[in-house]
Write a new protein. Structure first.
Length: 121
């Protein structure tokens, strides 16, 4: 985010809570949240302002909400891609004979014995 974008964001906050803007305050806020993009910072400011537990939005609130927004977007992307991937084969392990473990009677029996489900004869 540029300093002009930060100034616009701070003027937006000032319109809500009448905070006084000075060059020093703008520089401090820039040092704290300047690494965020303008769009994500504005979204985080809006979310922080909507948060009932926050009475006066500070830089730490904007950062916390920006992190939450990023995590939510990342989870949505993962969810969207995991359902669209093509899946091949069966989700069953193969036995030493090269067939599905559950379809191989000797291997299935050995697995059940190892798990303590049945006793060996």
């Amino acid at each position: 985010m540029t300093k002009n974008e930060l100034k616009e964001l701070m003027e937006y906050l000032s319109a809500i809570d009448n905070r006084q803007l000075t060059a020093e305050k703008l520089q401090v806020w820039y040092d704290l949240i300047g690494y965020l993009g303008f769009a994500e910072a504005k979204t985080a400011v809006i979310e922080a302002q909507r948060d009932e537990s926050i009475s006066y939005v500070e830089a730490k609130h904007v950062i916390a909400h920006a992190v939450k927004i990023k995590e939510k977007r990342k989870a949505e992307q993962i969810r969207a891609t995991s359902y669209t991937e093509e899946r091949h084969g069966t989700p069953q392990p193969k036995c030493v004979h090269g067939i599905s473990l559950l379809a191989c009677d000797p291997c299935c029996r050995n697995a059940a014995i190892q798990a303590g489900l049945i006793k060996a004869n």
